[in-house]
Design a protein around this ligand. Structure first.
Ligand code: NAD
Length: 270
């Protein structure tokens, strides 16, 4: 169901790789709600991905950008403002990658070059994106910036590896930059902490199937889907949440406040 919540709003959506991507679902929902946007992803990912189909479906332009590269980000923001015909109202940062995870390096045996690369892609890229938007004064007042995160920033999930540290850093950037964006430009900055979701990035985590099944049984409402996350993001981009900022918001069916559920207990009772 569409409510025209984003009618006339303009933005940038990072991270739509394929139709399972949370950013993909978000782009579809933002389009349905009347928003217009530029889609972006790393140049290398676009060769693998199907982003052209999404661009056609949502009538949007694609501007490739490596989110760790300042020149790419500057070009992206310039092109988005020019193409969309004015300053931006929303930005979704939906980017994550750990080389240590990809290559099966254990947390206690990190390759620090890989750690730095994953940190740059998954966390610092959020600061870089906001710094470019801030310096160019590219956001409209009451605009909204959202990044996606996971609860391993607060609690231990052993196989989430160095992504846990990257997410803690990402959430801190949201607060620290959110202060200046709020004070100086009346722009809000939040992170959504999403349930495990079957996407390319999600399935890269070792033991993901067990992980997602466990979370499903622990959460009174079950795991939040990519579409649920897209809907929550739409609400944060809309004018209905104007003074929500500096928050890490759980979209997880209640998982984060659970101790144990009856279903999980039953698995241990003889
Ligand atoms: N899937 C889950 O279980 C889950 C749970 C909580 C949070 N998240 C977060 O949601 C976000 C989106 O991930 P997803 O699950 O939709 O997976 P996904 O694999 O579909 O998306 C990750 C995206 O990051 C992009 N990316 C990687 N390096 C990049 C770079 N240098 N520059 C620009 N883009 C780059 C990829 O191309 C891809 O589009 C990530 O931040 C992820 O950590 C995912």
């Amino acid at each position: 169901m569409a409510y025209n919540l984003l009618k006339g709003k303009r933005g940038i959506i990072f991270g739509a790789l394929d139709e399972n991507s949370i950013a993909w679902k978000t782009a579809e929902r933002v389009h349905e709600e009347g928003g217009s946007f530029v889609l972006t992803n790393a140049p290398i990912a676009m060769r693998m991905g199907q982003i052209n189909a999404l661009a056609e479906k949502t009538n949007s332009m694609i501007v490739p950008a490596d989110a760790t590269n300042m020149e790419d980000l500057e070009n992206l923001v310039n092109q988005a403002v020019e193409h969309l015909g004015g300053k931006l109202d929303f930005v979704l940062h939906s980017i994550g990658m750990s080389v240590n995870v990809r290559k099966g390096k254990h947390y206690t045996d990190q390759n620090y070059d890989w750690t730095e690369k994953g940190w740059d892609v998954s966390a610092l890229s959020f600061h870089k994106t906001m710094q470019v938007l801030y310096k160019k004064d590219a956001m409209n007042e009451w605009g909204s910036i959202v990044a996606l995160t996971y609860m391993a920033a607060q609690r231990v999930f052993p196989d989430y590896n160095d992504m846990a540290d990257n997410k803690a850093y990402l959430e801190s950037i949201a607060r620290s930059f959110g202060y200046f964006f709020g004070k100086d430009k009346k722009v809000r900055v939040n992170t959504i902490s999403q349930s495990p979701t079957p996407t390319t990035a999600g399935q890269g985590v070792k033991g993901f199937d067990g992980f997602i099944a466990y979370a499903e049984k622990m959460s009174p409402l079950g795991n939040a889907t990519a579409l649920d996350c897209a809907n929550y993001t739409v609400s944060l981009f809309s004018d209905l949440t104007k003074r929500v900022t500096l928050q890490n918001l759980y979209n997880d069916g209640g998982f984060s406040n659970m101790g144990v559920s009856n279903e999980v207990m039953e698995a241990f009772m003889k």
